[in-house]
Design a protein around this ligand. Structure first.
Ligand code: ZN
Length: 370
């Protein structure tokens, strides 16, 4: 099957009460790791690329790597998603390069750091929805401002050491000088009505990168109740959790063991994500865990075999370490076994559905939590 629209995959996830991990990619080994995990578990795939990733890997390489995945595994539905599009222009160029889903992050201005007002967000998101839906491409919007609630200070600072700044977000940093604030459920409801987005990224206290929390987060630091309230108001909109790496202790230990420098940190516990999945979270963005897994594996080879200079000697274990994380997340989020059961539509057919407005999640109430 060709690359598929995000909406179709997430509708299926909603109808069957599971979540789909969305993994960021920059190169061939990462795409291979995700695909191997998806084959192993028969899970639908969301591969996403940030603007930084697109410029690192170049659109043509990325597009053809994704087409290779489709060719190799025709029975797995694969969504190719633009992560944090900063303008309609970025989203349009993604669509022109074969992306089947785009995120228009109008919560920030085009510089990707200055918080935008509601009207600006609606304006740019609506514009992208009109263009995307006409092509059968899905759209994720964002309302609220990502960042840890723990620090109560600008999200760009927190406990993040300067030298450990999240590389993926070098070009898309956390809003500078902006207080992170939670998504207001009432505003979220209005935003979806105004824009018709397929999926909505919500701010509940998670932040990008490895340095999310200085202790194991509890219900106060991570505002899961906000997710519950948004889902109650928007049962037909798929919620997206950004910055949802768990930053496992063993990966931190592995990096340190082989000479890496990482301060002790805590990520988003998998149980909290599972709780979110019970309340409308369908797409869970994970990047840091995979980066750490690859880095730990590469450090190990470099340290144990200093005479080694064949890149395959460290890229293979790096890929394997990432595959393990991806597989674990597919299983933990309940996506395992569903790939073969999704009947994807071509983007042309999706465009017709958008036009006719006949998109609704058909949820079996008996499967839903009370
Ligand atoms: Zn994000």
């Amino acid at each position: 099957m060709p690359l598929v629209n995000l909406r179709k995959v997430l509708d299926h996830a909603a109808e069957n009460s599971y979540g789909v991990a969305a993994f960021n990619v920059n190169n061939m080994e990462q795409i291979q790791a995700i695909m191997e995990a998806a084959i192993e578990t028969d899970s639908p795939v969301i591969v996403q690329a940030s603007r930084g990733a697109r410029s690192y890997s170049q659109d043509n390489y990325l597009k053809h790597l994704m087409l290779a995945a489709v060719e190799l595994y025709p029975h797995i539905p694969i969504v190719m998603h633009q992560d944090h599009g900063n303008s309609p222009k970025t989203c349009i160029s993604a669509m022109e390069n074969g992306f089947t889903s785009v995120m228009m992050d109008g919560s920030l201005l085009e510089d990707a750091k200055t918080p935008a007002d509601y009207d600006y967000n609606v304006k740019v998101t609506k514009e992208v929805v009109a263009l995307a839906h006409a092509r059968g491409v899905s759209v994720e919007g964002e309302i609220g401002c990502l960042g840890s609630l723990e620090h109560k200070e600008p999200a760009a600072h927190g406990s993040k050491p300067a030298e450990a700044h999240d590389a993926d977000l070098e070009q898309e940093p956390e809003p500078e000088g902006a207080m992170s604030h939670l998504t207001d459920p009432e505003e979220a409801e209005r935003f979806v009505a105004d824009t018709k987005v397929d999926a909505l990224a919500v701010a509940i206290g998670t932040s990008h990168g490895a340095y999310k929390f200085t202790r194991q987060p509890d219900g106060e630091i991570l505002a899961m109740s906000v997710i519950e309230e948004i889902h109650r108001r928007l049962p037909n909109t798929h919620l997206v959790m950004h910055g949802s790496s768990s930053v496992p202790q063993e990966l931190q230990d592995e990096i340190r063991k082989y000479g890496g420098k990482m301060n002790q940190t805590w990520g988003v516990p998998v149980e909290e994500i599972q709780r979110g999945i019970k309340h409308g979270v369908r797409k869970i963005n994970i990047d840091t865990d995979n980066r750490m897994a690859m880095t730990g594996a590469i450090r190990k080879v470099m340290s144990m075999k200093p005479g080694e200079f064949d890149p395959r000697a460290y890229l293979k274990p790096a890929k394997e370490a990432m595959r393990k994380i991806c597989q674990q997340r597919f299983e933990e989020f309940g996506a395992e076994g569903w790939a073969g059961k999704i009947k994807p539509l071509s983007t042309a057919k999706m465009a017709k559905r958008y036009e006719s407005g006949e998109l609704a999640i058909k949820i079996d109430k008996s499967l839903q939590p009370a």
